[in-house]
Design a protein around this ligand. Structure first.
Ligand SMILES: Cc1cc2nc3c(=O)[nH]c(=O)nc-3n(C[C@H](O)[C@H](O)[C@H](O)COP(=O)(O)OP(=O)(O)OC[C@H]3O[C@@H](n4cnc5c(N)ncnc54)[C@H](O)[C@@H]3O)c2cc1C
Length: 499
């Protein structure tokens, strides 16, 4: 293998991770063929994409999506033409300086604050622009209705199997054909069949770990009515009530989406899979009510549910050795986490550029390339994966306590000792969250981590932030009681509706 022009890479999956990989590799002079199982080509324009594009291979395309500042910065630095195309397609920016001005009036801004700029757009808009951009690159061929069926490889023998291409078919039942490659990249998403494909070529068992995120997702899109303005963002656009998490995601073309997420074990809340209960609960939430007011907006989609969400990681390098040579995984196929943190597309791009950089730096040695990529993944992606897993384990515990009528913030144990986890939850709820509305330093530090610009290390390890948060916590009794509904109020509303 050589990184010169002429190296042929086959990418399985033409969604965000696959397209990002093609873009990054094409930028380094490689020839790329993308195989995408879905047959439908991108429709004529963004609005048709939202209404009609059949993307059943990536069902989350019809859910709320955040596009974080780390992605905005990466595109600005490495794919400015794509960023321009996104803006030309109607994508807008969400700037920290505007949010901060409304959330903490009179706040002083720093020059670096412009780094905290997110993209506001629907997922289908993002993918539509990305796909057309990548299809327009000379060195990329994108084949729709092209289903990868397995890997072509040299026999494992005494060493590792070496992947030489992909077996694929036109449609799921077409005759199979061989496509040779110097490198195969699996970007086929969370339901990848890579473990089976590796077994078929005699590779060692692929190690994977997976655990539930503890939530299901329900999303609905809305359009602002003519002449209506987006509500002021002087209050947060997301909240975690323990039993219910929710967020508002501004989009392109005067749209926004609302997601409600709850535990699959919380039987009454599973009603949120349906339109009427979804609307009823949306109207109980003070931060959401102004957005879904029929005078301001109208729904432009059904309520779309998604369950069975997991935090999952696959180990293409295990115990210091690749499981096969000439193969890499990117995006959700490599690792994915709770979608509520909105990181998947951003990390898919980080992953794609890490792969292109590893190939640039290790052009002649498949093993060195695999190890180089793995080191980048450990550095750039794994900390975020671990961070979500830790948060989700605690969120699941909180949820269970609430369902049993217990207080997850009650820190004093019967034996007089303090429960450190309950204490931390109380400090986050009554210290960190209010401090973000009162103190620019805390808001900035939180937003930089939320946007993947700073390490996910515990925010509270910074002594300056900790002092401000604890100061805010000490003042917790001075604040008015929360206006958020309790779980029993939500359950009662749902029961009344069902009756
Ligand atoms: C409910 C939900 C909400 C989310 N919200 C956010 C968010 O707010 N922000 C964010 O950044 N991320 C979010 N994500 C994650 C984000 O959608 C993914 O990380 C992102 O789509 C990258 O995925 P991917 O390209 O790896 O896989 P996918 O998008 O799943 O795409 C895989 C592609 O591979 C194709 N394919 C599969 N098998 C084959 C085969 N055998 N041959 C050929 N093609 C094949 C499929 O058709 C599909 O197009 C969310 C995810 C979910 C589930």
């Amino acid at each position: 293998m050589s990184a010169s022009t002429g190296t042929h890479v086959v990418v399985v999956g033409g969604s965000v991770a696959g397209l990002a990989t093609a873009l990054a590799l094409a930028g380094n002079g490689h020839r790329v063929t993308v195989l995408e199982r879905d047959a439908a080509p991108p429709p004529a324009n963004v609005n048709d994409a939202f209404e009609h594009w059949d993307r059943r291979g990536s069902p989350q395309t019809r859910h709320s999506h955040a596009f974080l500042a780390r992605l905005h910065g990466l595109l600005r630095d490495r794919a400015p033409d794509l960023l321009e195309a996104l803006f030309a397609g109607g994508v807008e920016t969400l700037r920290f300086r505007d949010m901060a001005a409304e959330l903490v009036p009179g706040a002083t801004l720093l020059p670096d604050d412009d780094e905290i700029t997110l993209l506001a757009c629907r997922r289908l808009t993002f993918e539509w622009v990305l796909r057309r951009h990548v299809e327009g690159l000379d060195s990329v061929t994108l084949m729709s209705d092209a289903v990868a069926q397995g890997l072509l490889a040299d026999p494992a023998g005494a060493g590792l199997p070496v992947v030489r291409g992909v077996r694929w078919s036109r449609g799921p039942a077409g005759p199979s054909e061989d496509l040779a490659a110097d490198l195969v990249v699996d970007a086929s998403g969370r339901r990848t069949r890579i473990a089976d494909w590796l077994t078929e070529i005699g590779a060692p068992n692929l190690r994977a770990e997976s655990e539930p995120c503890g939530i299901f997702y329900s999303s609905r899109f809305y359009a602002l009515r003519e002449g209506a303005e987006m509500p002021s963002i002087d209050r947060p656009m997301a909240a975690d009530l323990g039993f219910l998490k929710y967020g508002i995601f501004p989009g392109d073309a005067r749209t926004f989406a609302l997601t409600l997420a709850a535990s699959p074990d919380d039987a009454p809340l599973r009603a949120l899979f349906h339109g009427e209960p979804f609307d009823a609960v949306a109207n109980l939430l003070p931060l959401v009510r102004p957005w879904v007011d029929p005078a301001l907006s109208r729904p432009i989609s059904d309520v779309v549910p998604m369950a069975n969400l997991h935090n999952t990681r696959r180990f293409l390098v295990d115990g210091g050795e690749p499981v096969a040579l000439g193969l890499a995984c990117v995006g959700d196929a490599l690792m994915h986490t709770n979608p509520i943190v909105g990181r998947g597309c951003t990390l898919a791009f980080v992953n794609a550029y890490a792969l292109a950089d590893a190939l640039r730096d290790q052009p002649f040695d498949l093993r060195a390339f695999a190890l180089d990529l793995d080191a980048r993944v450990e550095r750039e992606l794994v900390p975020w994966y671990e961070n979500v897993r830790t948060q989700d384990r605690d969120a699941i515990a909180v949820n269970e306590l609430l369902r049993h009528g217990d207080d997850p913030h009650a820190m004093n144990r019967p034996d007089g000792s303090v429960d450190p986890r309950a204490m931390m939850r109380a400090v986050v709820r009554d210290g960190l969250l209010p401090a973000m509305r009162e103190d620019m330093g805390v808001l900035r530090a939180f937003m930089r981590i939320f946007n993947l610009l700073d390490e996910p290390a515990d925010l509270m390890k910074d002594p300056r932030i900790l002092t401000r948060v604890m100061d805010s916590y000490q003042r917790r009794h001075d604040r008015p009681p929360t206006d958020q509904p309790s779980r029993s109020q939500v359950v009662e509303r749902l029961a009344a509706l069902a009756a």
